[in-house]
Design a protein around this ligand. Structure first.
Ligand SMILES: [Zn+2]
Ligand SMILES: [Zn+2]
Length: 383
């Protein structure tokens, strides 16, 4: 089996790191090692892949729990869903091939002949998309450049020079594996000559040097659904890397980064707005103008409104992502906060003086009403 990678080390975070810390560490590293920034740097590409895998696991509370408990299929290159973020998945790697083969053929000593290379699903990709708050609420179509591998246009993915064909590997006779020893103690390994593909290329294609794939940057226009949040992960089926040898394409996952609004704060499915009100408005009530997602509205502040009182406009919040075409929406929450001036003018001071003279009860008396002798004593001492 493959050794278990240390995802915490990969992201450079502590085992007790919060979800927010993990997200931060991932973003920083992903930006640094992104293939866009490091063209033709194999080291950075491998690192980017590791980082994406680590985040795929640690960024998901369920998977992280499983990983922390030491269970779950978290071996390099064989993560759930077939390996994530796989900018490197295209390259045949003898050691990971060994793992796959030992799983397929290990133990029982079954001999499976590989007559022809199997078709392979394209790798899943992950891309980061930055959008404004308004775009997140109403949805948007945004341009995106995604680096990916695609079938080499010169050899159409075979890896062989045009006019030539890959030939059956003479060492393994096309099976892709070599068997050493006999009977119960035989060991199957990927073929050392062809690396497990079962074929060899005598005249490599000059464009792709025999790999059958070239790195390209695919330009897409992607639809961001209305109602996404900061950190939402959107799956675009079939928009990942193309498959190999007739396999289906992988998926593209978009991670959305939403510029926060200075007015509307996300609270789950709802948005919250802080609405300052004056002391007279809190005391006497009144009508205040508040922003909604579709312009201003008037809210009635009840006389005697307390600091922090919330009024809701149901169904006028952001669209719920999961609701699809039914277009359900969250709520808008307006939290009234009493605006207290830091300094008073002479006139205000006089007015407060008058107010204090009439509102001179002790609102704290009920704190002590039921708390027994000690409370009683404290109140008596204080008055
Ligand atoms: Zn080629
Ligand atoms: Zn071979």
């Amino acid at each position: 089996m493959a050794s278990r990678p240390d995802y915490y080390k990969t992201l450079g975070v502590d085992k007790k790191a919060s979800a927010e810390d993990i997200k931060k560490a991932y973003r920083k590293l992903a930006r640094k090692y992104h293939p866009d920034r490091n063209p033709d740097d194999k080291g950075a590409e491998a690192r980017f892949k590791e980082i994406s895998q680590a985040h795929d696991v640690l960024g998901d509370p369920e998977k992280r729990k499983q990983y922390d408990s030491g269970s779950g299929p978290f071996a390099t290159g064989a993560g759930p869903g077939g390996g994530f973020g796989g900018f490197g998945n295209f390259d045949f790697d003898a050691s990971s091939m060994g793992d796959i083969l030992s799983n397929l053929f290990g133990g029982g000593g079954r001999s499976g002949a590989r007559q022809r290379p199997r078709s392979e699903r394209g790798s899943d990709l992950e891309a980061q998309v930055s959008i404004t708050f308004d775009q997140a609420i109403s949805g948007a179509q945004v341009p995106l450049s995604v680096p990916m591998h695609s079938s080499c246009p010169t050899c159409h993915g075979t890896g062989a020079k045009p006019g030539t064909q890959p030939t059956v590997c003479p060492r393994c006779e096309g099976r892709g594996i070599e068997t050493q020893g006999q009977g119960m103690f035989s060991i199957s390994q990927p073929c050392s000559r062809c690396g497990g593909s079962g074929t060899i290329i005598e005249d490599p294609c000059p464009t792709c040097q025999g790999s059958g794939a070239v790195r390209t940057v695919k330009k897409l226009r992607v639809n961001i659904p209305a109602g996404v949040r900061d950190g939402s992960r959107i799956r675009l089926a079939g928009k990942g890397e193309p498959g190999r040898r007739g396999g289906p394409p992988g998926d593209l996952y978009l991670i959305t980064h939403v510029t926060p609004s200075p007015v509307f704060k996300r609270k789950g499915d709802n948005l919250e707005v802080e609405v300052p009100i004056t002391i007279p408005e809190a005391l006497r009530g009144g009508e205040v103008q508040v922003p909604t997602l579709e312009g201003a509205k008037t809210l009635r502040v009840k006389p005697g409104t307390k600091h922090g009182t919330v009024q809701r406009l149901r169904g006028e919040g952001p669209p719920k992502l999961a609701s699809g075409s039914s277009r359900q929406r969250g709520d808008l929450h307006y939290r009234f906060v009493i605006d207290v001036p830091e300094k008073l003018t002479k006139d205000q001071e006089a007015a407060v003086e008058t107010l204090a003279a009439t509102m001179n009860g002790d609102p704290r008396s009920r704190l002590f009403a039921t708390s027994g002798a000690r409370g009683q004593g404290a109140r008596d001492g204080g008055s």
